[in-house]
Design a protein around this ligand. Structure first.
Ligand code: HEM
Length: 429
């Protein structure tokens, strides 16, 4: 019994370290830099007034520093074999953390400051890849112990494909970093390569990862009807096709397949059909099912906007709006919703500190995202000049939402573990 508690506590400490690290990347190198960039762009009324290296520093910190760190931590936590706490596996998890943090931090500084970037940029990419390979080895070497081998469920297959797309993103990052170090005069990826690379790391890696975990948890959390597994596999196939076409610069066809894939995923998980049972929102705000449905709405909007952007041609405002509909409206909102539902119990803390703060944060996030997506199209595409003044307001809303999310989780983590709390109650009774 004592060993089981010690095991659980070691795992919770590991996961909390990953999550807090992700929160730090999200707040400072990610969101603050994003807000700073946006304020500069809107004060000069020109999208190209900020250095591409700074924009990419923000994007990399959000996608890999925040979302990537969360996913690696949750991945390590949920490998069932790790629950038996083989010392080597736990050691791998800490090594992954150290290499990953060093790589993502080095990448941010080499983009922001360009100090020794010809060494720092490829080295950062190598460190990130090394961290991932250690993680992958630990995950891939897991075999279910004993019993007859059950065929893997489709959601696991979706998560595996997403993990392979993360590997592809890291390999592209490494190859491009070496190219730049040898032949370029700035640490920023060229615009067209950056667009293609972002399709792999957002639609290829993060989107299916969210679908996989949605298929795993949301039918229970939202009381949905049984998952349509065949639809889920079709959505994955459409999505892969869309990502490959996007990487090959067929942006219109890519957008169409990404939209088909997203619509199929929505139909697979059955978000917009009447629920079969009441939602399980005991530990979080009861509005959780509404915000999850809104997030999936943003996913569809993001794909539709990418089709519009491809039809228009050079359309930085519509591409930017599509990207933030995806990253803020879908990815960030899903992490905020599902993260606050599962992380307190995974980390041994039972319930979220403040469900009401969760509601305020989600309202702010969604309002900020709506303002941002609409005004980015109007301002950057020169449809309405007044929209430049709305962009900083949207940034403020999103920044406040992000900060509230970090506060809610940090205070939750700072509370005594539930096992210890119950033990304490027992001794005082
Ligand atoms: C307060 C919230 C945020 C603000 C103010 C912000 C601001 C910006 C700005 C100004 C750009 C430059 C391109 C453009 O104008 O569209 C940008 C690009 C980008 N942002 Fe954000 N952002 C925010 C949140 C996020 C989040 C939550 C994510 C991901 C989870 C994200 C991922 C990205 C990516 C991937 C790019 C493209 C980078 C590149 O071109 O390589 N952003 N953001």
């Amino acid at each position: 019994m004592d060993r089981a508690i010690a095991r659980e506590q070691a795992l919770s400490r590991l996961l909390m370290t990953y999550i807090v690290t992700g929160l730090v990347f999200m707040l400072l190198p990610g969101t603050f830099l994003g807000v700073w960039n946006l304020i500069r762009i809107s004060s000069r009324e020109a999208a190209e007034s900020v250095s591409p290296a700074w924009i990419q520093a923000h994007g990399h910190a959000q996608l890999f520093g925040w979302v990537g760190t969360f996913i690696l931590g949750i991945g390590y936590y949920s490998i069932p074999k790790l629950r038996k706490l083989k010392p080597l596996v736990l050691w791998s998890a800490w090594l992954t953390w150290a290499l990953w943090v060093a790589g993502v931090t080095m990448r941010w500084f080499s983009n922001i400051d360009a100090w020794h970037w010809r060494v720092a940029l490829p080295l950062s990419a190598a460190l990130e890849l090394a961290a991932f390979l250690i993680f992958f080895q630990a995950v891939a070497s897991h075999r279910s112990s004993g019993g007859s081998a059950k065929p893997a469920e489709p959601w696991i297959f979706v998560v595996i494909v997403a993990t392979l797309a993360l590997l592809a993103s890291l390999l592209l990052n490494l190859g491009a970093s070496f190219q730049l170090a040898l032949h370029a005069d700035s640490p920023a990826f060229p615009h067209l390569f950056d667009q293609r690379y972002l399709i792999v790391s957002t639609w290829g890696f993060i989107v299916p990862m969210v679908w996989g975990f949605s298929a795993r948890w949301l039918p229970v959390f939202l009381g949905l009807r049984p998952l349509r597994n065949s639809f889920l596999l079709f959505s994955l196939a459409f999505n892969i096709l869309g990502v490959v076409l996007g990487f090959l610069e067929h942006f219109l066809a890519a957008g169409i397949f990404l939209l088909l894939g997203a619509a199929m995923a929505v139909a697979a998980i059955r978000f917009f059909e009447p629920a079969a049972k009441p939602a399980k929102t005991l530990n979080v705000h009861r509005s959780l099912p509404v915000f999850i449905r809104i997030a999936y709405g943003w996913l569809l909007i993001a794909a539709a906007l990418s089709i519009w952007a491809a039809l228009v041609g050079s359309a930085p405002g519509i591409w930017g709006a599509s990207r933030h509909a995806l990253t803020v409206g879908f990815i960030a909102a899903m992490i905020f919703c599902v993260g606050q539902r599962i992380l307190p119990s995974f980390c041994g803390k039972g319930v979220l500190w403040s469900p009401r703060l969760m509601l305020a944060m989600l309202i702010l996030l969604m309002s900020g995202c709506t303002l941002r997506v609409a005004s980015e199209i109007l301002a950057y595409q020169r449809y309405a000049t007044w929209a430049w003044n709305v962009l900083p307001v949207s940034a403020l809303f999103e920044l406040t939402a992000v900060a509230l999310f970090a506060i809610n989780l940090t205070v939750t983590f700072a509370r005594p573990p539930v096992i210890l709390a119950s033990a304490l109650t027992m001794t005082t009774e």
